[in-house]
Design a protein around this ligand. Structure first.
Ligand code: ADP
Ligand code: TPP
Ligand code: MG
Length: 329
């Protein structure tokens, strides 16, 4: 039997099918979906942080690399990750969806199940959105509002000479996961595939790092080389990284051996890990250096024009930006 599509049920029935069970932090909502706008509150003593990220079919995902539920979960995770990178907590979310008329109802319902799963996990309210048709596949845009104690958002521009450079988690897993999904080898490397499909926004680390006095933070969406260069340019400093200290997972090293590629290439230039990279003074480093999942990978050598150097055994080279660029593929 032919699968039911959005064209069969129309725009308003589609909204009805997806817009339910959206509130996971009721104390901050005065009015949810259903009106021209939603009304929400910000607790006293907090600043609001806002950010937006889009997922485009064929660019960020395909039906081969992600299920519908993965796509929905991923949209939330990448948006919430920007809040983590500001040391903020995500609170209110809206989604604009451009959808082809021949999309199956099951796909969009499962996508919203993934969205609900992530919103529930991070206690984020989905306060509304917009739906339009698309002639170019699925396009989903999320806009997230977060909260952070007044004047404490962690910027990219605060790195200082002498600071330690750190990352959370392991790097390179997501881009390796993408190549595994495209190669059809998901069963042999399940962790890498999941790291690509369902990245975890590092909200708890964002808060801990802010409370511990991190001087700069960024999330790794476009690859370490690009993100670290964003910190050095914004802070006008020079950073030296030690290649061997960049944390790699065992599964990534195994994939590197199997496919004959240096696993550090995935870690340095692959994107979409959604881990945090940042800097912290030597004194404050003492508070975080023993936390599981935090690794020192280098230091800020001096004030400068924004260069990054990569030290590998006895050689030291300028690290050029080779991460993801939407217009230079
Ligand atoms: N279309 C746009 N209009 C205005 N500002 C934009 C636009 N696209 C990106 N920016 C701004 O440029 C900066 C870098 O964007 P981006 O690389 O997408 O950040 P991130 O990696 O955190 O998602 C952000 O501060 C963002 O708000
Ligand atoms: C099918 C497919 N091909 C390629 C990629 C790789 N890819 C697409 S976008 C991207 C970078 C991250 O997305 P972006 O929109 O730049 O995130 P932002 O920096 O705005 O958070 C990468 C590595 C992918 N995820 N899926
Ligand atoms: Mg972006």
């Amino acid at each position: 039997m032919k699968e039911e599509t959005l064209r069969d049920i129309g725009e308003f029935e589609c909204i009805h099918r997806i817009a339910h069970d959206l509130i996971y932090r009721p104390e901050l909502v005065k009015l949810g979906t259903g009106d021209d706008g939603a009304v929400f509150m910000t607790p006293c003593g907090y600043d609001e942080v806002i950010s937006t990220d889009t997922m485009v079919e064929g660019i960020h995902f395909t039906k081969r690399t992600m299920s519908a539920a993965d796509t929905g979960y991923h949209l939330c995770a990448v948006n919430f990750s920007d809040m983590a990178a500001m040391g903020a907590e995500p609170v209110s979310f809206v989604i604009s969806a451009a959808l082809p008329g021949d999309l199956s109802i099951t796909w969009i319902e499962s996508c919203y199940d993934g969205i609900r799963e992530c919103c529930r996990e991070y206690s984020v309210n989905l306060l509304g959105g917009d739906i339009t048709g698309s002639k170019q596949g699925v396009i989903l845009t999320g806009t997230i509002v977060g909260i952070v104690p007044e004047n404490q958002a962690v910027k990219r521009s605060g790195a200082k000479e002498g600071d330690i450079v750190f990352v959370t988690g392991t790097l390179g897993d997501s881009s390796a996961g993408l190549s595994i999904l495209l190669d059809g080898k998901k069963e042999e490397y399940p962790m890498l595939a999941i790291r690509h499909q369902r990245p975890k926004p590092q909200i708890d680390f964002g808060r801990i790092l802010r409370e511990s006095g991190a001087s700069s933070l960024n999330d790794v969406s476009d690859g370490l080389s690009r993100e670290i260069n964003e910190i050095t340019s914004a802070s006008r400093v020079t950073i030296e990284l030690e290649k061997e200290r960049i944390p790699l997972s065992d599964e990534l090293c195994r994939w590197g051996r199997d496919c004959g590629k240096d696993p550090f290439c995935f870690a340095i230039n692959g994107g979409e890990d959604y881990e945090l990279v940042g800097t912290i003074s030597k004194k404050n480093w003492e508070y975080i250096k023993d936390i599981d999942g935090v690794t020192g990978i280098g230091h800020v050598t001096k004030a400068g024009k924004g260069q990054v150097f990569l030290k590998d055994k006895n050689s030291i080279k300028l690290l050029t930006i080779a991460g993801y660029d939407h217009f230079r593929l």
